[in-house]
Design a protein around this ligand. Structure first.
Ligand code: ADP
Length: 546
């Protein structure tokens, strides 16, 4: 019997921090403050402050596995928290500031958060969360702390690190020895389709996710890049990108609270950003600004924009190509850390016709290394190039094996796969295409309609900016689809024209009975269509139909 002779190095945040501090120390970390001034620091300085934070937390009595919450925008101090809290053996709980205060309080209590680090500009929200029943033992404020403790004072309490040569006469902080299976962070699902549930990432899952996310065929991040995560650090850890950046040494640019398209474009241009990441609505807004103000912003040629969270309309991908910018479509979930699928046209199809290439790029794609997916329905696994739909199942080292507290165990199959709740099919090239969420599918006259397919097709119409399709109770058909549509600025289209557009691609019964033109579609905290609210609004629409 031969025994492996390799070192067993625990995959912990310490490795990322050490690397950022020693080998990437000069890489820049830029944060735009609420007053729009730019704060510049380096990975070296961030890493040192993260170490101080860890030591200060240990001295403050935080125990291994306890939660330290953050209520913060994207900025350098939030990165310090990402690195420093787990270094102390504690668990970072990023609170989603876009949720209702009652919901944030529920989540903070459910996670039993002990300490909180909060931005001064978010103190009014903090007060509401406390009024809604949340309580934190200690609260540290980044910025003007007022009556609270200040984050800078917390850092100042950090004693020197205990090392082999330390003098015994000063008070020292002993950081715990981390195991790679220790909890590092917790995120709650944003509850688009159900009650929020906690997903607890380990050091190991985070390190492996970061390594693979950086690969050229995944998100492709390198030290030479400048990354701007528009996606908030309180939503699935900004897709894990702050960890990827710290690991690769890519310069990182944090946008702070100003996320309107002109403010983002100013920052993309000024900091020469090469990679940005955000949900489709962000890029819709950016496209409109670029179209309306040609030549105003000098963006880096070939700027890559990672898009996910909801489906990227094919038209958006085409429009950005026209502007010399590249959208990269990816799929993921809170439960999958999140990278689960990335859509890149493989080399053997690079010469395919334009229509085929755009169709592929608008699909969700194929899994990166170490992740496996399959599509399964009541008949079993759906083979590639089969036109039937099934539920997308996923497994891998950064996929949750359960929710905190063991809620809804039926989301996992008996043979160890996570059931995503997404409906998908696989094309002849092995590309996964999401067609809907199980909860959003529409049952009409005993047949299923995929709402997402209809809305994606509607968004391919030149006059349509956004479209959301929902099923509404109908006395005869059980449910019928309604589409809410936002037109592009200055564009015109009639309901009949849009219905004909849908009819040109899908069976007649898929055509929405009603098309409602609206100024905006309600959205969730993560920028997705809020279909629960839409269904409520139009609940009685067909009540009096024969
Ligand atoms: P929530 O369930 O509250 O939306 P997440 O933020 O974890 O929680 O979102 C995961 C879901 O977002 C996926 O299950 C899927 O429905 C949707 N999603 C994510 N990326 C994409 C994408 N590229 N295309 C379509 N849907 C996506």
């Amino acid at each position: 019997m031969t025994t492996a002779t390799m070192m067993d190095v625990p995959l912990t945040i310490e490795l990322v921090l050490d690397r950022a501090e020693r080998w990437m120390s000069a890489s820049e970390v830029v944060s735009r403050r609420p007053d729009k001034s730019l704060h510049r620091t380096t990975y070296g300085a961030v890493a040192q402050r993260a170490r101080k934070l860890a030591r200060a937390l240990v001295v403050a009595g935080i125990q291994r596995g306890e939660r330290v919450a953050t209520l913060m925008w994207n900025h350098a101090e939030h990165l310090e928290a990402y690195l420093g809290i787990p270094l102390a053996g504690a668990v970072t709980h990023t609170l989603n500031l876009r949720l209702h205060p009652d919901e944030i309080a529920f989540i903070a209590n459910d996670a039993r958060d002990r300490f909180l680090i909060v931005d001064d500009v978010l103190l009014p929200l903090y007060d509401k969360i406390v009024a809604a029943g949340a309580s934190f033992e200690r609260v540290f404020v980044v910025g003007a702390s007022g009556k609270h403790e200040s984050y800078e004072e917390l850092l100042a309490t950090a004693p020197p690190e205990l090392t082999a040569g330390s003098s015994a006469s000063i008070s020292l902080a002993q950081l715990p020895d981390l195991a790679e299976t220790d909890a590092l962070g917790v995120c709650y699902t944003s509850g688009t389709t159900g009650k929020p549930k906690g997903v607890v990432y380990s050091h190991r899952s985070t390190i492996l996710h970061s390594l693979v996310a950086a690969l050229p065929d995944a998100l492709d991040l390198a030290r030479a890049d400048t990354l701007l995560p528009v996606v908030p650090m309180f939503h699935v850890n900004a897709w894990g990108l702050p960890f990827v950046a710290a690991m690769t040494g890519a310069k990182i640019v944090f946008p702070g609270p100003h996320l309107d398209p002109p403010s983002l474009l100013d920052l993309l241009a000024a900091e020469k950003v090469t990679v940005a990441a955000g949900v489709p609505t962000i890029w819709l807004g950016i496209r409109e600004q670029l179209d309306a103000n040609p030549g105003k912003w000098q963006l880096q040629p070939g700027l890559r924009m990672i898009v996910g969270g909801s489906a990227a309309p094919e038209q958006l991908i085409r429009d950005f190509d026209r502007l010399g910018l590249t959208l990269l479509h990816a799929w993921g979930m809170t439960e999958t850390s999140p990278i689960g699928l990335v859509s890149r046209v493989p080399p053997h199809l690079a010469g395919a016709d334009e229509a085929t290439r755009y169709k592929l790029r608008a699909k969700q794609g194929t899994p990166p290394p170490l992740v496996d997916v399959r599509v399964r329905n009541w008949q079993g696994d759906v083979p590639a190039d089969d036109k039937t739909n099934g539920e997308l199942l996923v497994r891998g080292p950064w996929v949750a094996r359960q929710y905190a507290g063991g809620h809804t165990p039926d989301r996992w199959t008996k043979d160890g796969w996570f059931r995503t709740g997404d409906v998908a099919r696989v094309d002849e090239h092995g590309f996964v295409q999401l067609t809907d969420r199980v909860a959003d599918m529409i049952k009409s006259g005993g047949e299923w309609i995929c709402s997402q397919e209809v809305e994606n097709h509607l968004m391919g119409h030149p006059a349509v900016r956004e479209a959301a399709v929902i099923g509404v109770p109908h006395p005869k058909w059980s449910e019928r689809p309604i589409a809410t549509v936002v037109l592009r600025p200055g564009a015109q289209a009639s309901a009949d024209e849009l219905r004909a557009h849908v009819g040109a691609k899908f069976a007649k019964f898929w055509i929405p009975d009603t098309i409602v033109f609206v100024d905006a579609i309600p959205r969730t905290s993560a920028g997705k269509f809020k279909k629960t609210e839409l269904r409520e609004t139009y609940r009685d629409h067909f009540k009096d139909e024969p």
